[in-house]
Each structure stands twice: as C-alpha cells, then as structure tokens.
Design a protein around this ligand. Sequence first.
Ligand SMILES: CC(C)(COP(=O)(O)OP(=O)(O)OC[C@H]1O[C@@H](n2cnc3c(N)ncnc32)[C@H](O)[C@@H]1OP(=O)(O)O)[C@@H](O)C(=O)NCCC(=O)NCCS
Length: 249
Amino acid sequence: MEKQVFEKYDGGQVTDSMLQEAAVLFSENYGVWGEHPAQMTGNFAKAGTRVRLSKDRLRAQYLYDNNTCSYVRVTVDGHLAGNAFACRWAVNNKSVCWVTQLVVDRNYRERGLAKSLLNQLKHDSINMYGLMSSHPAACLAAAKAFGDSLSTVRLDVIAKYAGEIMEASPIGYVKDAKLRGSIFSPGDTNGLVSCVDSGFFVDHTEPLEALAWVREGMDWPLGELLDGHEFLLVFEARSRSRSRSTGRQ
Ligand SMILES: CC(C)(COP(=O)(O)OP(=O)(O)OC[C@H]1O[C@@H](n2cnc3c(N)ncnc32)[C@H](O)[C@@H]1OP(=O)(O)O)[C@@H](O)C(=O)NCCC(=O)NCCS
C-alpha cells in the first residue's frame, strides 16, 4: 500500500531544496500558456509552452513573508505528488487565508490530494478562505475543504466580502484582479457569475474539458470561464462553537 505524507511549513521553514522540488512540480504539471501570454510575462513565453517558475520566483512571490505565508505538500512513497501555497492577511478584524498556488502531479490526480492539501491549511484562527482558479477541480476541492460543497456555495458571501478582502491583499495579482460576473454586476449578460479578470492567459483547454464533465453531474454555480479570467471563491469559516452547540463534532 502506498504511503501518503502531508506536511505543513511556515514560509521561513521552507528550504531551497524543497522549493526546487516545488518548482519542478509546478513547471511540469501546472499548464501551458494560452494565446496572449505576453501580457503576463513579457515577450518570453510562447503559446503552448509550459508555464514555469524557478525556486527564486516561488520564494519571492509565494513565500515573501516567513510568518504569514505557508506551504503544504504531500509525498506519495517519497515522491512530491502535490503542494499548495497560501498567505494570510487581516481585513476588518477578520483573518483571511488565500490559496496562492495549488498543483497536483498529473499522475496523482483525482484521488483527493488537492482537497486534502487544502484541508491542511485550515486553522481555528482563520475567518475567511479565498482562491482564484481557472480549474473547476480546484474549485470543487476548495469547496469541500473550506465549505460543504460547491452546490451549496454562498454566492452572497463572495459578493459581500471578495472586494474588501482582495483590496487589502499584500499580493499584487490578487489586489489587481478585477471582479467580474453577475454577482458583482447583476446586469451582466456574458454568462460570468463569480470570476476575476486576472489577465492570466493560461491555456483553458484542460479546465474547460473538466468544466464540461463536471456540468454533466451538477448545476455549476460559478458561470462561464473566459480567457484571462479565473473563477473566484470566498468562504466564511464554519464556526466551531456553533457546531459544538448543535452537538456536531
Ligand atoms: C486542480 C488540481 C490541483 C486538482 O487536483 P486533484 O488532486 O486531482 O483534485 P481532487 O482529487 O482533490 O479533486 C477535487 C474534485 O475535483 C474533481 N476533479 C478532479 N479532476 C477533475 C477533472 N479533470 N475533471 C473533472 N473533475 C475533476 C474530483 O472528482 C473532486 O470532485 P468531488 O470532490 O466532487 O469528488 C489539479 O488538476 C492540477 O494540479 N491542475 C493543474 C494546476 C491548476 O489548475 N491548479 C489550480 C490553480 S489554483
């Protein structure tokens, strides 16, 4: 039987060799650039080439603070099979945990590793969780980890809190992302429901295939996905005291 090991680290505990492994995992498994990559990366990335990150860029962008950034990873029989980066900040007396990267090696997908990685990020001190992602599987995993399920996602919570949370973010691409969709602009008729225009032109072939498949089994609540856009999710942490008072563990 295979051995899965989940580990969680504060930013300052992550060594260069761990980040080197994370950089390889990302560069081999995240995805490929779409048709407009120059807007993100200058003129270097060509459509169809892999989106890559070096260990130094991982450190600078995802672990910029030793105390408020976290890293979780899972190894399967000693092999790095998936990881997630997250950052915390406060807004209006609420503590927010934002998932900044989530990748699972394609040989280890669809066995619950993404959901379990996100579960590791949960903490009693956190009031809100958030994520931007073009991949429906990341949204499904986040909804299971931080909420109940995507079918019962609270769009009113996203509409109410996403703006102030993202505005207060120390992460440039989160702060700069533009809210899009009918929950923010009820008159919108482009099919977007809860999205951001992040200008991140990763190729959407794989996410759109996943979306079509997911839609066969459920009423997908987040609407359409456009190039350069990502789905947006914000969850209120479930209150432990409320669970206790109703007798749930
Ligand atoms: C998104 C990603 C992390 C999901 O990893 P994973 O370990 O396969 O996810 P899980 O096994 O935890 O699955 C979560 C849910 O998504 C579903 N799912 C996973 N892959 C799917 C696919 N290709 N198509 C449809 N549904 C899929 C699972 O069935 C599960 O649904 P359920 O909770 O209703 O049973 C992985 O596909 C990945 O690394 N993709 C490339 C990078 C990326 O897009 N990351 C997100 C950016 S934040």
